[in-house]
Every structure is written in structure tokens, then in C-alpha cells.
Design a protein around this ligand. Sequence first.
Ligand code: PRX
Length: 629
Amino acid sequence: MDLESFHRRSIEDRDGFWAEQAGLIEWHKPFGKVLDYSRPPFARWYVGGETNLCHNAVDRYLRTQPDAPALHFISTETGEERSYSFAQLHREVVRMAAIMRGLGVGRGDRVLLYMPMIPEAAFAMLACARLGAIHSVVFGGFASRSLASRIDDARPKLVVSADAGSRNGRVIAYKPLLDTAIGLAAHKPERVLMVDRGLAPFESVAGRDLGYAALREQHLGDDVPVTWLESNEISYTLYTSGTTGSPKGVQRDVGGYAVALAASMKYIFCGNPGETYFCTSDIGWVVGHSYIVYGPLIGGMATILYEGTPLRPDPGILWQLVERHRVSVMFSAPTAIRVLKKQDPSWLSRHDLSSLRTLFLAGEPLDEPTARWISEGLGRPVIDNYWQTETGWPILTVAHGVEKTPTRFGSPGKAMYGYDVRLLHEQTGEEVGTNEKGVVAIVPPLPPGCMQTIWGDDERFVRTYFTSIPGRQVYSTFDWGVRDPDGYYFILGRTDDVINVAGHRLGTREIEESLSSHQAVAECAVVGVADALKGQVAVAFAVLRDPAQAQDARAREALEGELMAVVDRQLGAVARPARVHFVGMLPKTRSGKVLRRAIQALSEGRDPGELTTIEDPAALEQVREALTG
Ligand code: PRX
């Protein structure tokens, strides 16, 4: 079938299409209704059906391929390597579930995971799924304040963490960050389960902290049956940044997500049971949820959990892993490839890559030179795919499991089945024409696998995503895009204040709030500035309470360092601005709104254009001077 007809059917015969896809997973009890859309824009998929993510990712394969590899863990940071078959993975997940159950965790309880890339992180996610507990993974690169706000929003009964992670040979102790976060949080978790890797000694809080290794011994032989969940119960929440300083808990269901992932493995990633999938993301991001943990396992594939960078011990490490584990499908981010592009290209040809069929890249715009370099260097197709934490699986790409649609440089591809994608005029809400710029929007209902709501805040879900385009209730991605006459989309950047640093999605507002917590700062603005390696970096402009504090270069440098350290401490190094500039005032409109786009234009050496609403043009001059000074 051609992709266009496949897509059309998914929209015009929604129930028929998705009922068919539901057959890709196992159900304990069949669903009564494919879609309940009686309360738009809330979509409820596979109503009445009972299933379980852990069953579909693990138990299901005990029958057909218990000894096939399920998970390969490789840490080039610590030198550890461990592999688990489906049967072994099952045992570890059941043990972890038994520990959690013993700590009183059950259906609907939240468990927050603050973990490095180690197998126990995947065990914990799958154990939650098994019990019907809701996991919320917080990226290990985030620091105390970010973590505290997520603890307060999720109110977890249990936190699972580890002594440390490691990046680029540097041990990052997690426990002190976690202890500080729990200190800051209003809603303290009852228990903390600690995986001790022996990397960083830590203090245990009596009565609260428990060691994983000892508890695992106690539960070695326990049986924990799968808890069958109604399709619309909650599998997890995952926090993501938006326009405000408070992160949104993207909430996902069980049945719809399982079906969406199974379908994507078949139609988009074209992976088969028994093969190996290697995704270089992190379990703290949506790509890690969908394509390190759940997607490959649901597809019966072995997944690789890699703690390390693309350059250590040498720039051939990713390809060495492809060779050693006979990887068929690989998923990475453009930044990782741009990092490799700076190295000797012969690294691409030193390993046997005959098992590799396709490299998928996502998370940020894929520039043409990078795409060409890697696809020519590997001699393999490179497939860009565009999606969001909110959607859980690709919105735009090509689906070679449906049709061998050619890819086009600079474009992530076409609308995927299930997504009724439109490009709309920001102000009128009308559809824009071919080759015209519009907001990428999706006419609801959103397909299976997409967010159900914002955790604990239905009203915010509707307001945030479904009211920004006037005249109609459509989902806004907050990305600009254009479509060519052949239906290929091109993404042109965000419409809001979200930035994308090396594929990491960050809210500028959060960084501004962090900087403003320093007593020297009166106000500040953070913008995303184009960067050849990371796609974008955050650049800050700060107005000081006492301008004398930045009177000479030495004072400015010292204060800049201090402000960066504040962000490191509160949010984590991922959010640290690349530069902090000092200005006497920020360019604002007469009504007091900071003109971030003008600041961004100047920072990228572009003309900020006609600014009729600016209160004081001298403020722009100050930004210009700060940038050149
Ligand atoms: O701006 C788009 C950009 O990343 C945002 C979503 O980031 P996140 O929620 O972290 O989810 C990443 C899932 C892959 C989008 O709104 N983005 C993501 N993929 C692409 C992209 N921009 C251009 N091309 C892409 N392929």
C-alpha cells in the first residue's frame, strides 16, 4: 500500500485502522470501543481493554524467545558490560517489582526515578509498569531545583536513585542532589531506594533510604504477577519544558501507547524480533522511554543501554557497538553526528556495519551537510523524524514498512498515519498554502500513544495546547513549518520560548528564573542562539541591581561564572547559558514585554527588523554593545 492511502485510511476510518493495529500487542481482555471522543479534546483509546506494558515488553516473549537477548548494558565510563535475555530481564523486573510492592507501591502510586543509564533504571520502569505504578523519570543531568519541582508535582511514594552517574570520565554524584531536592520539596517521598554502583560514597537517611542490593537478595524468588490495567490508566508522566517556568507532566496511557509503539516498530523502524535496536538517547527523555525501553522490547528486539559519549574511548565506539551487537536499527540525534563529523571520517569504516539497515535521527533540526556526511559515510539511509515528548512517537517521517518513500534532505518527511497534520496561520487559524509558513498543528483526536493530559491539570492541557490557534480547537506543536507540493514538511523552529540545546528541550523561562534567584540580578532574558555543534545554545542578558558590580572585565567575568554556577546547581549543567551578558536595560515593548526575538536576532547577527512597539531603542543598542564588547 502507498503511504498516502495508508495515512488517509488512518484518518477517515480511524476506528477500523486502529482496531487493526491493536492486534500487534497482547490484550488480557479485549476493548469494547476503539475510541471514546465524547469529551474533546480528550481521547480515550481502546476503552475497556485490559493490558500491561511490562507484559508486552517482557513476559510475552518468555513463550517465544526466552533466551534471546533483551538488554545489553555497556558503560564506557566504568567499563561494565552486562547482557540479559528476556528470561533474565523478566527475573530482574519481577525482583524489582517485589521490592517496590514490599515498600507499599501499588496501582496508581507514583515512583520517581532519578537514575543514570544502568539496567536497574530499565528494571524500575518495567517494574512500575508491571505493578500499575506510575513512573516519572527525571533526567540525571537535572539538578536539585528541577528535581524538587518534579517531586512536588508528582508526589511520589518512592524515589529510586543511584549513588552516581558518569559522563566523560567524570563521576556525578546523584545522592547529594537528591537529598537537597527532597529537602526543598514540600511533599517528601516516604522511601528512597538506592542502587549503589560504588562510584560515590553517600550517607543514608535512617528510616527513609534503603539499599537495592540487599532487598534484591530478599526477593530473589518472589513472584509478582502482572497487574492488568484498563487501557486508559496511566503508565507514566514525563516532565517537559514549555513557556512557563513550571514543567508540565506529560501523562500517557497504557493500551494506546503500547499499540502506537508496536505499530511504529513495524511501519517506521522496521525492526524484527531477535534483532538489536541501538538508541543513544537517555532514559530521562521521551526518546529513551519510547525507543530505549518500551518500543524495542515490545517489538521483541534487544535494546542497548549505553552509558557513555560518542567519543570515548575513541570516535568509533558507536560503530564498534553496532558491530559487536549486530545492530539493525539505530536511533541518535543530529548533535551526536555533528560531534563525530569533527573527527577523522575513517572511524566510520573501521567496523563491520553489515547488520545496520537504517540510522534514524530526531530531536532537533537535521542540517543537510550532516545528513549527507553520515549517510554517505555509512552507506546507509538516514531517516529524520520529527516528534515531541507530547506525542511519544513520530509525527513526521517516512514509513518504509508501508512504502519506500524517498527522503528529502532538510525534511523530516511526511505526516504519519494517525496524525491529521495541518499548517495554520498563527493569527487567523486558516490553512496556509504550499510553501507558506504556518504553525504545525494536529486536528484532534490525537492518535494512540500521545499525551492524555497534563498530570493533575486537565484545564492547563486544554489551554496550553488547544487554544493558541484562534477559531478552532487544534493541537499546536509550537513549531513553525512549511510543506512542499509533494507533502514533505520542513521544520523552521519554535513559535514559543522553548529552546533546543544538543537535542535537549529547555524552557528559557526556567533558566531566567534560576538566574534571577541570584541577589545581583534585577531581571534577565534568555534566548536560544544558533550554534554549529549543538543546534542552539542558551545566551543570557542580565540587568544588575547595582550596575557597579559589572564595571570592569574582571568583575563581569567573575559574576558571569557565579551566575553559571547558580544554574548548574539549581537546574543542572544542561541548562547552563553559554554566555551571560550584562546590560543596563532589556529591550521591551511599551506594555513591558521583553522582546526576546529581537534579542535573539541580534545575538545571531541578524537584523531585528522593524520594532514599532519598542519602548526605548537604546536598549537594543546595549544588547548590540554587550555582544561585541
Ligand atoms: O522543536 C521540535 C524539535 O524538538 C521539539 C520536541 O522536543 P522533545 O519534546 O524533547 O521531543 C523530542 C522527540 C524526538 C519539537 O517541538 N524537534 C524534534 N524532532 C525534530 C525537531 N525539530 C526538527 N527536526 C526534527 N526531526
